[in-house]
Design a protein around this ligand. Structure first.
Ligand code: GUN
Ligand code: ZN
Length: 441
């Protein structure tokens, strides 16, 4: 990317993760500069970060945004979200399959219209930055054109997305079905045009085992073998009804994970949303393959799918990598703060008590690592994209009152995770440019 602006300094209470606080402890994992600064270069990358008082001379003349005591951190990464579901949050399905058939598929049919997809893509990408999300792994529809539209809109904004056209050739309305040949042909054309173009990445996207024939799964696996640089993105083991359906459709499979495995869809670049009902064997196999399971807490409780068990899935002797996501529109909020709060509650119901440091790490550096993008985003190390989020711990009267009781950073982050949402997002920067919010108070 050519130089896009002269550079900028963003001041505030700067927070970044050097390591995983759940593994090495917060002392070693966190860098926190209460009066800190991040210097952004002309290409939108981080040039320096540290104590504001030590800002090198060469950055002192740059335009500066001073966010005072607000937190400046790496923008959130949403590891699983549906662009065509941007306006169908709070659709009251009985369970996943009912929700898909009654609300989701009819809505996704509208994306055959280029005009509809264009307007939706803009609104969807606006929503992400308004909620402090600067990168996302995005489900599109079956339509190649809608997916083109999304990539083009993200490129214009300089926003990092991983996306792909959905493949589905059965158990969906005729208008939303492709076939094994056209699914791969359209995916290949999109990969040619968009994969690794600027900040965009392609994910070979099978909706879930229910909506693909064996021929399509085989074709998708062959494509993944030809393009190991692309991600694989799908759903796995979300609801009981879905798992029973998969058992009926693939009676030969050892389990749900085995369906994807047999067709070559399990690997270190594979992302599977949900993973609620995984057996011991499935976890061991996912771990061995290096695949990531993406926890979607607001969706899982809203659709009654179940309580994700991070202790089981991430068991230290055979850990499966765990990401976190909103899963809008099965998820009920675009806010990764709200999502972290709900993940905390689900963990408590499962007998675990994550720290706020763990949760914020998961939504930034953790998700970046699972996407293989940790050299690009997720931390404030020099050289990374300046995708920044400014959070105001006193954004609402309730937060302000609670903040008066906070004694340390863990307290502040915890209150934001439990009580925060888009109102706490004071500003979002994408590649060093203000994408929404106020430059400074
Ligand atoms: N499984 C297959 N499709 C979907 C979807 O659109 N949302 C969720 N939550 N699960 C799915
Ligand atoms: Zn989903």
């Amino acid at each position: 990317m050519s130089a896009v602006h002269p550079g900028r300094v963003i001041r505030g209470a700067v927070l970044t993760f050097r390591d995983d606080p759940a593994v090495v402890g917060p002392q070693r994992a966190v860098r926190f500069y209460r009066r800190g600064a991040v210097a952004v270069d002309g290409n939108g990358r981080i040039a320096w970060r540290g104590h504001a008082a030590r800002l090198p001379e060469r950055f002192r003349a740059l335009p500066a945004d001073d966010h005072g005591e607000a937190l400046v951190l790496s923008g959130f990464i949403d590891a699983h979200v549906h662009f065509p579901q941007y306006r169908m949050l709070a659709a009251p399905g009985r369970d996943l399959l009912d929700w898909l058939n009654r609300f989701t598929f009819p809505e996704e049919r509208r994306y055959a219209s280029a005009a509809h997809a264009r307007a939706a893509a803009e609104t969807f990408l606006d929503r992400l930055v308004q909620h402090g999300t600067t990168a996302a792994v995005v489900f599109s529809t079956v339509h190649r054109s809608a997916t083109e539209t999304l990539f083009a809109a993200a490129e214009r904004r300089g926003q990092a997305i991983v996306s792909g056209k959905t493949m589905m050739d059965r158990n969906a309305p005729e208008a939303l079905r492709d076939d094994p040949d056209s699914g791969v042909r359209d995916s290949e054309a999109l990969i040619e045009r968009w994969h690794r173009r600027g900040r965009l990445r392609y994910a070979i996207t099978v909706r879930f085992a229910v909506t693909s024939t064996e021929a399509q799964l085989r074709a998708a696996g062959a494509l993944a073998a030809r393009r190991p640089d692309c991600h694989v993105h799908s759903h796995l083991s979300e609801s009981e009804g879905e798992c029973a359906f998969v058992r009926r459709l693939f009676p030969w499979a050892k389990d749900y994970t085995d369906v994807y495995d047999r067709f070559g869809l399990l690997g270190p670049r594979s992302l599977f949303a949900h993973g609620i009902h995984l057996s011991e064997r499935e976890c061991a196999r996912l771990s061995e393959a290096g695949a990531t399971v993406v926890h979607c807490p607001t969706s899982n409780t809203f659709l009654g799918s179940g309580l994700f068990d991070a202790g089981h899935v991430g068991r230290p002797d055979r850990p499966v990598r765990i990401g976190i996501a909103t899963d809008v529109g099965g998820g009920t909020s675009y806010s990764m703060l709200h999502t972290l709060g709900e993940a905390y509650k689900v963990a408590m119901l499962r007998g675990r008590k994550p720290t706020a440091h763990d949760l914020f790490h998961l939504a930034t550096r953790g998700n970046a690592a699972h996407l293989g993008l940790d050299e690009e985003i997720g931390t404030l190390e020099p050289g990374r994209w300046a995708d920044l989020l400014v959070l105001d711990p006193t954004a609402t009267p309730v937060l302000e009152a609670r903040h008066a009781l906070s004694e340390n950073l863990e307290d502040t982050l915890f209150a934001l995770a439990i009580l925060g949402d888009d109102r706490a997002v004071r500003a979002t920067y994408v590649a060093g440019r203000l994408a929404c919010g106020a430059a400074a108070r």
